[in-house]
Ligand binder design. Structure first.
Ligand SMILES: NC(=O)c1ccc[n+]([C@@H]2O[C@H](COP(=O)([O-])OP(=O)(O)OC[C@H]3O[C@@H](n4cnc5c(N)ncnc54)[C@H](OP(=O)(O)O)[C@@H]3O)[C@@H](O)[C@H]2O)c1
Length: 293
C-alpha cells in the first residue's frame, strides 16, 4: 500500500517506546499520524518531535482499555480526518506474577489493554475501511503470543488471543483490499519491562539470564536461544516496511523467532526444553524476590 499526504495512520500506545518510534517512522513517509495514549504530556512530546521533522501529528488522549474510549477515538479520527488508512494497535502492558500470585484484576487488565482494545478499535475502524475497500489493521502481539514464558501468564494468554483474533479477522477480509497483520516482536529496549503490573519483569530477566548460563554450564542443559534486543526505531522500521509491502500475514521482527514459533507448533515440549535453564533461573529469581526461598 502507499502512504501519501492524505493518508491517516492511527497508532495506539504512541506516548513511548515502539509506538513513538512507529509514529516518527510513519510520519516520515508523508502521512498524517494520530497518536493515542493516556499520558497527554508524553503524547505531546512525540507529536512535537514529529512536527519538528516536518510531519503532521494529532493527539487523542484516551484509555483504550475502555470500550467507550475506543469508540470515541475512532469517532474523533473520522470526524477530523474522514478516513483511516492504517490502524496500529500497539498499546500494551505486561505483568509479572506467577499464576498463583496473579490477582483477578491483573488478569482482567491484561486482557482489557492487550486484547479488548484491539477488538473494539478494529471493529469500529473496519466499516470505514470497507467503505473505501482499502486499509491495513496491524496488531502488536509478541513472541509471548506464540510460545510460553513464565511469570506473566496473563500477558502471554492475552498476546496469544491477539494472534488468534487477527488470524480470524484475515479470514473475514478475503476478497477485500484490507490487510490484517499481527507482529510478534521479541525484546525491544523500551520502558515496557520496567512498568509491568506486579513488578518489573525486566528486572526478573536481568537477574535470571546470567544465572541461567551458570545453570546451563553446571547441568549440561542448553543455553536458551535468546535473540538480540532491538531498538524501538529498528523494530518500527520492520513494521512500517511490512505495512507498506502490503503484508497480510504474521510478522516476526527478530531473527530466529519465527523458527522457534514453528518448532513450538511442531513439538511444544521439545522447544520448551531448549529454554529449561532460563526457566529454572527465572523461578529462582522470582522466589528470591518474593521471599519464598
Ligand atoms: N518491549 C518489548 O520487549 C516488547 C516485546 C514484544 C511486544 N511488545 C509490545 O509492544 C507494544 C509496545 O510496547 P513498548 O515496548 O513500546 O512499551 P511502552 O514503552 O511501555 O509503551 C506502551 C504504550 O502503551 C500505552 N498504553 C498502556 N496502557 C494503555 C491504555 N490503557 N490506554 C492507552 N494506551 C496505553 C502507553 O501509554 P500511556 O501509559 O501513556 O497510556 C505506552 O505508550 C506493546 O503492545 C507490548 O506488549 C513489547
Amino acid at each position: 500500500m502507499n502512504l501519501d499526504v492524505n493518508s491517516v495512520v492511527v497508532i495506539t500506545g504512541a506516548s513511548s517506546g515502539l509506538g513513538a518510534a512507529l509514529a516518527t517512522n510513519a510520519a516520515s513517509r508523508g502521512c498524517t499520524v494520530v497518536l493515542v495514549a493516556r499520558r497527554a504530556d508524553r503524547l505531546q512530546s512525540v507529536a512535537d518531535a514529529v512536527t519538528q521533522r516536518g510531519g503532521r501529528a494529532f493527539c487523542i488522549v484516551a484509555d483504550v482499555s475502555q470500550e467507550s474510549e475506543c469508540n470515541r477515538v475512532i469517532g474523533e479520527v473520522i470526524a477530523s480526518h474522514g478516513r483511516i488508512d492504517v490502524l496500529i494497535n500497539n498499546a500494551g502492558r505486561g505483568n509479572m506474577n506467577s499464576v498463583e500470585d496473579t490477582p483477578t484484576e491483573q488478569w482482567r487488565s491484561m486482557f482489557a489493554v492487550n486484547v479488548d482494545s484491539v477488538f473494539w478499535l478494529t471493529a469500529r475502524a473496519l466499516p470505514h475501511m470497507r467503505a473505501r475497500n482499502a486499509g491495513s489493521i496491524v496488531a502488536i502481539s509478541s513472541v509471548a503470543g506464540r510460545y510460553g514464558h513464565p511469570f506473566n501468564a496473563a500477558y502471554v494468554a492475552a498476546k496469544h488471543a491477539v494472534v488468534g483474533f487477527i488470524a480470524a479477522l484475515r479470514t473475514e477480509l478475503v476478497g477485500t483490499n484490507i490487510n490484517a497483520t499481527v507482529v510478534c516482536p521479541a525484546g525491544i529496549t523500551t520502558e515496557w519491562g520496567d512498568v509491568t503490573e506486579g513488578g518489573s519483569i525486566g528486572a526478573l530477566y536481568g537477574a535470571a539470564i546470567p544465572r541461567s548460563r551458570t545453570i546451563a554450564r553446571e547441568s549440561g542443559l542448553a543455553t536458551a536461544p535468546l535473540s538480540r534486543m532491538m531498538s524501538a526505531d529498528e523494530c518500527a522500521t520492520v513494521i512500517i516496511d511490512a505495512v507498506l509491502a502490503g503484508r497480510s500475514d504474521d510478522v516476526f521482527t527478530h531473527t530466529g523467532t519465527k523458527d522457534i514459533a514453528v518448532q513450538t507448533v511442531q513439538d511444544r515440549c521439545a522447544q520448551e526444553d531448549r529454554f529449561e535453564a532460563l526457566w529454572l533461573a527465572m523461578r529462582q529469581a522470582y522466589d528470591s524476590s518474593h521471599g519464598t526461598t
